[in-house]
Design a protein around this ligand. Structure first.
Ligand code: TGC
Ligand code: FAD
Length: 405
């Protein structure tokens, strides 16, 4: 299917998404009018722009190109960064709500936005020079330019400190060699924020631009997960990186890990969005589907599943809301973020699996979103730190003992 045919399909399938968000503990009362406006704007956009085509995109592994600009138009790229760079100047609750709504549509769509916002724009804002900020941020905020983030390598995923990508000082430029793997957005990215070690083994961040000689971005195929998101590699074969492309205000692994805090926070909210979509689908289905002469929602076993799903979603919503407040006060710790990312993604996977069963055979089809969410969440539970890595981060926080090595 071509991008043009996708746009036609979007019009043809419009108006079929009747999603309603569960809000059992009246969490809306904790939100400001502005929060609700942002949430509803993104929700309407997802209903209009994502829901009509997302199954087709995933079935055929197509990235819907029009969302690059669309996400920019609704302010989903780094809404929490200052307005003077073309961003939203909003708080972290607003950012979280936007990610929740995007992932309600599809984890791959949220991924596109969170990589651009938290992993490309955020490091340029936080660690870049004023010149770099002014050159890149406004274009990234609109989606005119797209970015990717290269930390993971073929042989170093959970353990990025062992990375082997390296830069050598050649006088007026650095020579970059190495490779990154599993890089969201790399196949179409105009810029890449990349992390590599210098001759002394110190990690530095740098901004690469498509077209630099020796830089290639082969796409990764055959994924069963995040099929509407483009994933690829970054290969550096003697890339000459001008010295002004180095991020001047950070050295060491804490650079990339600081960016992950912001992205992991967004995932905590996003996972709740995916879980809420599965729950909403299951509630609707079990009221309509009849077996043994009555709606399956009338059977105790199905009610137990729904009650437990709603309980876990409500707990996760409250976790997000509190964490958002801590983020806004600048008090959230990396371990608190790990707890929320780990809990909420695991919760969403359990909800998706349970909801899938409630739909019986229909649950495995693309007529419903559950199987797609379920497969997507297998990536979400792995990227940005695996489920077990976040447990070890918590273990170290509790005991003071490092159990990684
Ligand atoms: P360790 O010695 O603990 O730390 C090295 C330095 O970093 C500091 N630090 C942090 N700083 C800010 N935020 C954090 N979350 C931080 N965690 C650690 C630390 O204080 C230290 O600073 P300094 O000044 O003393 O040097 O590092 P380690 O080598 O023992 O590793 C720790 C570990 C395993 C927790 C970490 O490396 C880790 O989180 N591993 C998981 C890797 C990961 O999450 N990769 C994500 C790649 S990006 C991605 O997946 C994008 S998917 C996007 C999408 O599509 O949505
Ligand atoms: P490994 O690190 O090899 O881990 C394998 C298993 O071993 C895991 O279960 C892990 O928990 C376990 N393990 C590892 N170390 C320990 C330990 N010390 N104790 C106990 N168990 C351990 N990366 C980027 O840089 N940028 C991106 O944009 C990006 N996008 C991604 C998109 C997708 C779709 C996917 C799947 C990944 C993406 N990643 C990205 C990479 C992602 O962050 C890594 O896959 C993740 O960090 C895990 O690394 P790994 O796959 O190498 O697994």
């Amino acid at each position: 299917m071509t991008q043009a045919e996708l746009l036609e399909l979007k019009e043809k399938q419009a108006g079929r998404d009747h999603y309603q968000q569960p809000d059992f503990y009246a969490i809306d009362d904790l939100l400001t009018e502005e929060h609700k406006l942002i949430r509803d704007t993104v929700r309407d956009w997802v209903k209009r722009e994502i829901s009509p085509v997302i199954d087709e995109c995933c079935q055929h592994a197509i990235f819907p190109d029009y969302i690059k600009r669309g996400l920019g138009d609704i302010g989903c790229y780094a809404p929490q960064l200052p307005a003077e760079y073309g961003c939203g100047g909003l708080d972290y609750i607003s950012y979280g709500l936007a990610m929740q709504e995007l992932e309600r549509g599809d984890s791959g769509v949220r991924s596109t936005a969170s990589v651009q916002g938290s992993l490309v724009m955020y490091p340029i804002y936080k660690f870049g020079s004023e010149e770099q900020r002014r050159k890149y941020l406004p274009k990234l905020a609109t989606g005119e330019w797209m970015g990717c983030f290269g930390l993971t390598e073929p042989n170093h995923g959970s353990d990025p400190s062992s990375m082997t990508s390296k830069i050598e000082d050649k006088g007026d430029y650095y020579l970059l060699n190495g490779a990154k793997m599993w890089i969201s957005n790399s196949p179409f990215a105009d810029v890449a924020v990349v992390w590599a070690k210098n001759e002394e083994g110190i990690v530095h961040g740098m901004i690469l631009e498509r077209g630099m000689e020796g830089l290639s971005t082969p796409e990764t195929h055959k994924k069963w997960s995040l099929r509407a998101s483009a994933t690829g590699e970054l290969v550096f074969d003697n890339v000459k990186v001008p010295k002004e492309n180095i991020l001047p205000n950070v050295r060491g692994l804490k650079g990339p890990l600081t960016c992950l805090n912001s992205a992991r926070y967004g995932i905590s909210w996003g996972a709740v969005g995916a879980a809420m979509d599965c729950y909403d689908t299951a509630v609707r289905y079990c009221k309509e589907r009849k077996q043994f002469g009555r709606p399956i929602g009338g059977f105790q076993l199905q009610q137990k599943k729904l009650a437990e799903m709603l309980t876990e979603i409500t707990k996760a919503q409250l976790l997000c809301w509190r964490l958002g407040n801590l983020m806004d006060q600048g008090k959230a710790t990396p371990a608190q973020i790990s707890l929320a990312k780990r809990n909420n993604v695991d919760m969403a996977l359990t909800v998706a699996r349970t909801a899938r069963q409630m739909l019986g055979g229909m649950g495995i089809t693309g007529d419903y979103p559950i199987m797609r969410h379920s497969m997507n969440l297998e990536s979400v539970v792995t990227y940005e730190g695996t489920h077990d890595i976040h447990l070890l981060i918590l273990g170290m926080e509790i005991t003071g003992e490092n159990a990684f090595t």
